[in-house]
Design a protein around this ligand. Sequence first.
Ligand code: ATP
Length: 355
Amino acid sequence: MSAVQPILSLKSVRKMFGPHAAVDSIDLDIAEGEFFTIVGPSGSGKTTMLRMLAGMDTPTSGDILLKGERINDVPANKRPTCMVFQSLALFPHRTVGQNIEFPLKIRGEEPQRRKARALQLMDLLRLPQSYYSKNVMKCSGGERQRVALARALAYDPQILFFDEPLSAIDYKLRKTLEKELKDIHRETKKTFVYITHSLEEAMVMSDRIGVMRAGKLVQVGSPHDIYSSPNTRFVSEFVGDVNVIPVSLGSDGLLHSSKTGEKFKPPKAPPGFRDGHLVIRPEYLKFLSHASEADNAVTGKLYNEYALGSRIQYQVRVGDGVFVVEKLRQQPFTGKLDDQVIIGWDAGDAILVTD
Ligand code: ATP
């Protein structure tokens, strides 16, 4: 553990629902000022974890510490934290200003100071000052999201928890808000703890990501670590399309494909590796003129091509399997569908995982 005390610590935290562990023995430290995202598929335990962190639920066992103090039994309204929900829970018949000022009002702040702070927060959230008197229901979905965040910031919490706040918003606006949220995090220097089922969303915003599966935290790392060094097949498949080949390490030092018997030059293997999966991201696969141009090569048939905006994805059928290759639009592959093609990769561009 680092010398600096984490703002939030989980020690063997577990939550049981009957015999089922929704959150199973989680140990985690979150640093002050960090943007930490918990990501995982539906039912993996994200909401249960966030509810315990925010004080809406108590762990069955283990401890949650806020700056070293045990807070397991401190209710949500007594914690210096604030939750931003997907369903925004704004007051529908009030103005933007009244919504943002609500926390300041219950704290007994004077109207002038409340308004000044609300306008300051609206500025931070890029809401026009003229919206101060606008009915919140006349705002767009994205604007309401910003009002909700401004109101959460008005509480001046030490930690903000976000429960999938962008999941009901259309793709283009979501992409804009993801970047804005990252900017707001940087400007406010608050600790953000965010949950989402989208690793893509987590990648854009987070300092660190914790990947959950069946109640367990299976990997914690920077977006770069999670993308380039996944520790399991599950994590590697969680972000975009990926090529996964079941392999075992032979006494000849080569990887043997369990399905086709083909042999591949391995990347650095985890200690004691015998069986597992070779993972190759689509952008690391190359179309070759000769098999000798890369450490590893396979031959197959080009059978599909998809435009993905800035990239083009090619599918190459090799035996019973399909390899996915991606190229930048400016550097497309010039082959035709049904052509016989050679694709390959250098050993160090692949990853070996043990399950
Ligand atoms: P989603 O992305 O679908 O919201 P999640 O990762 O947030 O999923 P949780 O809602 O934390 O997952 O649920 C984790 C597990 O705990 C699931 O199997 C769920 O059915 C179970 N669970 C959650 N809350 C309760 C409850 N109050 N009583 C019983 N089981 C529960």
